[in-house]
Design a protein around this ligand. Structure first.
Ligand SMILES: Cc1cc2nc3c(=O)[nH]c(=O)nc-3n(C[C@H](O)[C@H](O)[C@H](O)COP(=O)(O)O)c2cc1C
Length: 305
């Protein structure tokens, strides 16, 4: 039987539900080894206000932290590695970065095909570029990507994700906002991605896997959201360096700069981004071909030349 290593990190369990559904088609047909990453200490969920913002600089700078001992058998020659992760501050979450930068990951991943499965609000492409880089550094090859996101409009989804992340409640805020996160329907229907993955495993060829996944709508990108995210990622890098000058996570000296970042981000999301989106669509025809090229690139799994 083939061996598949599935490494995931999920706080609420949303990402794990997606993974469970994708794995349905593989269950009983291959050996599935699951590694649930456990940060040491755990990031509390629901999040406490300042701790939430305090995670930003190390996510963006991809500074590894600590994990509980990894359980998976490093001596197995895995046929496929599946990495499942949410997005934190347009970046990979710290536990995944920590895993990908560990010697165990390097050993297990070297020369192996990798499929990534992402469960985010709606801004994930920059984080996936970071993950692509770490996957390559470990000598592995990205062969497939599935990215599910909250389909609601960008602004209400910011309100609902903050509500969910800071209260732990995945219900409709005041009965008027949509339910936070990825829809139950999208989570359930993630089982459609399992058969092409199983097929590639059984045929010993991952050539064309991403095209097969894309036919099943494994990745959908809203152009205006992509445009905002690309700008945001550059600005986050400036903020993360600025905050890290005041010390490591938990250092009270960072607090003032974290608060500045928080208010800056909320201002940009609710005031600036609607204006930017308006101009984005106004000038869309002028940049049509450039934007189309970006969409094709981010839907694929090839690294940047
Ligand atoms: C600290 C933090 C930052 C986040 N930043 C983003 C982000 O930049 N882009 C995004 O699409 N989602 C973001 N999210 C939402 C996550 O991608 C994800 O949807 C949510 O955390 C639920 O994932 P779970 O499976 O870990 O429960 C963030 C969540 C947290 C906790």
């Amino acid at each position: 039987m083939k061996n598949v290593l599935v490494v995931t990190y999920s706080q609420s369990g949303q990402l794990n539900s997606i993974i469970d559904n994708v794995l349905k088609a593989l269950t009983g047909k291959v050996n599935i080894h699951r590694e649930y990453l456990k940060p040491k200490p755990e990031f509390s969920f629901p999040w406490k206000d300042i701790r939430f913002w305090d995670a930003m600089p190390e996510c963006v700078e991809m500074v590894p932290s600590k994990l509980e001992t990894l359980d998976f058998d490093i001596s197995i020659d895995y046929d496929l590695i599946i990495l499942g992760y949410p997005i934190w501050f347009l970046s990979p979450p710290i536990p995944l970065t920590t895993f990908l930068k560990s010697p165990q990951a390097k050993k297990a991943m070297n020369g192996k095909p990798v499929v990534t499965i992402i469960g985010s609000r709606n801004m994930w492409v920059g984080a996936q570029e970071d993950v692509k880089g770490m996957v390559m550094e470990n000598g592995a090859q990205l062969v497939g990507n599935i990215s599910l996101h909250d389909r609601h409009h960008n602004l209400p989804s910011v309100v609902t994700i903050i509500y969910w992340m800071t209260t732990g409640k995945k219900d409709r805020l005041w009965g008027i906002f949509p339910k936070p996160g990825i829809s139950d329907k999208d989570i359930e229907e993630a089982d459609r991605f399992g058969p092409p993955i199983l097929n590639s495993l059984q045929n010993n060829s991952f050539e064309g896997l991403q095209d097969n996944l894309l036919k099943l709508k494994s990745v959908e990108i809203v152009p205006s959201v992509l445009s905002i995210e690309r700008k945001g990622k550059k600005i986050f890098k400036i903020w993360s360096k600025f905050i890290r000058k005041k010390g490591e996570p938990g250092n009270p000296a960072r607090k003032a700069r974290l608060k500045m970042f928080k208010w800056y981000l909320l201002f940009v999301i609710f005031i600036v981004s609607p204006i930017v989106t308006f101009f984005f669509y106004l000038t869309y025809p002028l940049f049509f071909s450039k934007i189309n090229k970006q969409l094709v690139y981010y839907k694929g799994v090839k690294p940047k030349n």
